[in-house]
Design a protein around this ligand. Structure first.
Ligand code: BES
Ligand code: MN
Ligand code: ZN
Length: 502
């Protein structure tokens, strides 16, 4: 979809979108239009249940006295509640109502809001970002055109004061959207297409943007002693990989010595459970078990794309968890790169095993300021938090607060859960330094995080359990059903707000 910004004035064709505040207060553009079309707008509102609330909309088809296809009236809610995030979601909803409506073009009229500090240029950019995020489609494997669901909308125009500023503002946001789209593409691809080696190759695409990409194969990982990661992949014919991506965007004399920020992702390209085989019902969902690494890749793309002034490292641990004659067995003991030994009591608790080596590797090689890892780690986090919040676990209050704040700002919410000695002792093994499941019934997400915490030393660290938020079964304002890329916008915002040179 083409996105255009223009100044107020020029005539619109196709669909025209105007905003109305809670209580049906027309915005200035809506007022002017209403006058022009003989109060057609207020009459339509009166004849409907529309009240101007957030999420409400009302379409008037071929409004009399105009050459428009349709008029879409959208609710803005209360003026005091309008912010960048609500506008972003509004953009997503506008896109969704017009995408397959039949209109080829749409124009959104963006007015300054009385009593708000938001300027129309920022407002327009936020709406455009939302529309763009919602317009994501993965059509690669449809060979026949699906006529009625295929979008008709090809051009979206945002009309506002300061349109040049809006355009510039949107350009940076669009880089983040491109990161989100890459993540969604990778997560949506089926596991016969995306497996450790092919995913590592996709990472190489980022070299075009100036990201340095290194791929470690099994012999290298064996030399490094990554027994935990290799154990997970050994039942699969597909070889495991570890990918390191580095974006050095900091400039100046001390830039090289600066500790980088670091992101680590779980990349199980398919999780059958291994010998602790999962039930077949729903197993297809386990193609998104590489979601954490997908987010790290998309994030690196976003940071490099917008030339963020930060030194960032992304490390992803890629393996396929399969049963096979060489698969690891429940009760195997593996030695991780850190030297700590692990009794593998359940081969389906594999995410923590690959992350153990990735975290230790990232921490000792790069000595980062902090590490944030992302993983579709536990089904238990879905029981606890559902699909609106990701689980947050951390050894550092400051990093946690920053993540929570960044999440609120972009609408990717996280909820912190506890860590501590009482949970740590549940990992005690009879034969090794720890076991990979607690064996008890409760606190499954917490003990999984506790396990990871044993591999980061004293480095400030946070773990996001994204099992419940990586895939959505129904459309969301900013994401059609499917892969959400939850985490890309959140971590981009974390970097932008707190770790970037100004
Ligand atoms: N990849 C799964 C977790 C998962 C479940 C992600 C549902 C997305 C949706 C993970 O590897 C797993 O199998 N976890 C086990 C851990 C258990 C064996 C301790 C689980 O949650 O059941
Ligand atoms: Mn598993
Ligand atoms: Zn898994």
């Amino acid at each position: 979809m083409k996105i255009v910004f223009s100044g107020p004035g020029s005539a619109a064709t196709g669909a025209l979108v105007v905003g109305v505040l809670d209580g049906n207060t027309l915005t200035p553009s809506a007022k002017a239009l209403n006058k022009k079309i003989n109060r057609g707008l207020s009459r339509a509102i009166k004849a409907s249940r529309f009240q101007g609330k957030t999420g409400q909309s009302l379409a008037v088809v071929t409004p009399a006295g105009t050459r428009l296809d349709r008029l879409l009236i959208v609710g803005l809610g209360k003026a005091k509640d309008v912010n960048e995030q609500s506008l972003c979601k509004l953009g997503g909803r506008i896109y969704a109502s017009l995408a397959a409506s039949g209109s080829k073009a749409a124009t959104i009229l963006v007015d300054p809001l009385e009593g708000s500090t938001l300027n129309p240029a920022r407002m327009a950019a936020a709406i455009a970002e939302g529309a763009q995020l919602r317009s994501y489609r993965f059509g690669k494997y449809h060979t026949k055109s699906e006529n009625d669901s295929k979008p008709t909308l090809t051009t979206l125009t945002l009309r506002c004061r300061g349109s040049a500023k809006a355009k510039a503002e949107f350009r940076a946001r669009d880089k983040i959207v491109q990161g989100v789209f890459m993540t969604r593409d990778l997560v949506t691809e089926p596991p016969n297409v995306i497996y450790p080696d092919s995913l590592a190759k996709r990472c190489k695409e980022l070299t075009k943007l100036g990201v340095k990409v290194e791929v470690l194969g099994e012999p290298q990982m064996r030399r490094l002693g990554m027994g935990a990661l290799l154990g997970v992949g050994q039942g699969s014919i597909r070889e495991s990989r570890l990918v390191v991506m580095r974006w050095n965007g900091k400039r100046g004399a001390k830039a090289k010595k600066d500790k980088p920020v670091c992101f680590v992702g779980k990349g199980i390209t398919f999780d059958t459970g291994g010998i602790s085989l999962k039930p077949s019902g729903g197993m297809e969902e386990m193609k998104y078990d590489m979601g954490g690494s997908g987010v790290v890749i998309g994030l690196m793309k976003a940071l490099a794309g917008r030339k963020a002034k930060v030194n960032a490292v992304g490390v992803i641990a890629l393996a396929e968890n399969m049963p096979g004659s060489n698969a690891q067995r429940p009760s195997d003991v593996v030695t991780s790169m850190s030297g700590q030994t692990i009794e593998v009591l359940n081969t389906d608790a594999e995410g923590r095993l690959v992350l153990a080596d990735a975290l230790h590797y990232a921490n000792t090689r790069f000595k980062p300021q902090f590490i944030v890892d992302l993983a579709t780690l536990t089904g238990a986090i879905i029981v606890a938090l559902g699909s609106e919040y990701a689980g947050l676990f951390s050894n550092n209050d400051k990093l946690s607060e920053r993540l929570s704040d960044a999440g609120e700002e972009v609408g990717e919410l996280v909820w912190r859960l506890p860590q501590g000695e009482v949970f740590d002792k549940m990992l005690k093994s009879d034969i090794a330094d720890m076991k990979n499941i607690s064996g008890g019934r409760g606190a499954g997400s917490i003990t999984a995080a506790q396990f990871l915490g044993r591999f980061v030393g004293k480095t400030p660290w946070a773990h996001l359990d994204i099992a419940g938020v990586t895939w959505t079964k129904s459309d969301k304002p900013l994401s059609p059903k499917g892969a959400t890329a939850f985490g890309v916008r959140l971590l981009n915002r974390l970097v932008a707000d707190y770790y970037e040179a100004k």
